[in-house]
Design a protein around this ligand. Sequence first.
Ligand code: ATP
Length: 596
Amino acid sequence: MAMSPLRRQILALLHPYRGLFLFALLQVGLIAAAELLKPWPLKVIIDHVLGDKPLTWPVVAGWSRETLLLATCLSLVTIYLVLGVLTLVNNYTTIRIGQSMVNDLRAALYNHLQRLSLAFHNRRETGDLLYRVTADTYSIQTLAMNGIFSILTALVLLVGMAVVMFQLDWLLTLIALGVCPLLFLTISMMSAHINRAATLAHERESAIYSLVQQGMSAIRVIQAFTKEEEEHRRFVAASQESLLASLRLYNLQSLYAGVVNAVIALGTALVVWVGARHAMAGTLSVGDLVVFTAYLASLYGPINIISQTLGQIEGGKAGFRRVQEILAVERDLVDGTRVLPEKSVRGEVVFENVSFGYDPDQPVLRGMNLHVRPGQTVAVVGPSGAGKSTLVSLLPRFYDPQQGRVLLDGMDVREMTLVSLRQQIAMVLQPPLIFPITIRENIAYGRPGASFAEVERAAQLARIHEKILRLPQGYDAVIGAQGTTLSEGERQRMTIARAILRDAPLLILDEPTSSVDAETEALIMQGFEELMVGRTTFIIAHRLSTIRKADVILVVRGGQIVEQGAFAELMQRQGAFAALYQTQFSDVPEQRSAMG
Ligand code: ATP
């Protein structure tokens, strides 16, 4: 029989723990044996201590009733003790395997998410992904351990009991087992409903994660616009939806358990009725009837467990599918094969008829041609939404163009491995992101091996060194901890220091100084100028001082480069740049312009 992909995936995750799994299987066998033994001491007491049936076992032949009673009671205690210890060990083993599998699956999923393209992340809600990584990954524990193990234990027990019961009274056994097909029919009929309800409950629950994630990341805007009430209402509505879905699932599961219990009660009544008649007719001893009814209670127990576990497994499958769905997303950025040695590129950048849209039907960049010689500084200017950030994000392959090629040193960037391509580039991006780690680690994020002196030098060039020294823990201060916060401009300077330390042949600066005052900007730009020497630099700029010094100015409008050239040349041409200059720069030469 061909194995379903789901089963193959579960087995693959289970593979590293096969030794422990076998050990757990052995425990299941022992637990079943102890369970089977449980009612026997009582039978011995009823038939041989209280009743007159002679015992045929040679070992106990000469024993008085008192000795037999004592021995039986001791064996009863022993059985329960052994069973308790075995159950304890088994729980530990199965939980350990299950949790380890959850950890492995999480790590794999997070790793995969880290490598999926920005195009994928743009389409997905962060909260939903969060739920898949933290909650849905638990499904593997339900599927592989809680599920399989409960069912396995129940099945072994079931077979063992059936064998012993057949020895005692085959007719009674047939009646007892006759209920099984009816039970399984009920189970299969209801599991489809439960599956659908479980999927819905997962989706509603993950919608709450998305909502909280969005709300928390937009908390400033929410408070600034006093939208707390509205946000609260949105949350309550989503929460209500989730509650309804969970209640529906819970109701279905309860109904399911109720129907199963009713069928079991029917079977029990039948067996007790026939069994009592057999005992009255003398074909079954009272002790045997006791063993029988004890087994019956435990026989239907496993069936009940199986049916309930099957319900949980359906829920588990829904979660596991949501994890696999992400793992199955192929990387849409196919990695290249050419490995560039670190800092090896000269920095010639060519855009050949490049067109790109986040949605392929809505182009953001249209037929762009561009030739930047090694070491040149390119200022990208244009109105907001013109496509400036998009243009520079094609170089590190955050996205691939739908048409045309981006060449670095004459090579299509798609030929290079992503890691070695991105190693050639240092970036200052918007908004400036700082991690909750020490300042030193933040600056050295792109070059973890950097010495402290190098980190300090980068901080000095980015004009953030003084501020860091003023913090009580200096470079060891953890951003976000103990009230260590940085202003927007300071964060920006941190990311500049990070880019400086990265020391890569290509620089991409997306509005690197938009949040600092003109004086600090001038100082930072001095530092940058030193850095830019010999490096190809793209700078999305708003200040005239920066634009004026660029080797090439690209004027982007509506996704096209409408003009390019040096400052003097463009001013002379009296075209698009000159017009922009008139309206945007001339009155406020050193102020931040309103161009973008
Ligand atoms: P600004 O100066 O305001 O930063 P820009 O010139 O850098 O603007 P881009 O950020 O490149 O402009 O955006 C160009 C267009 O692409 C805009 O219409 C924007 O809505 C769209 N866009 C930008 N980023 C995304 C994204 N991640 N997903 C979908 N559309 C996007």
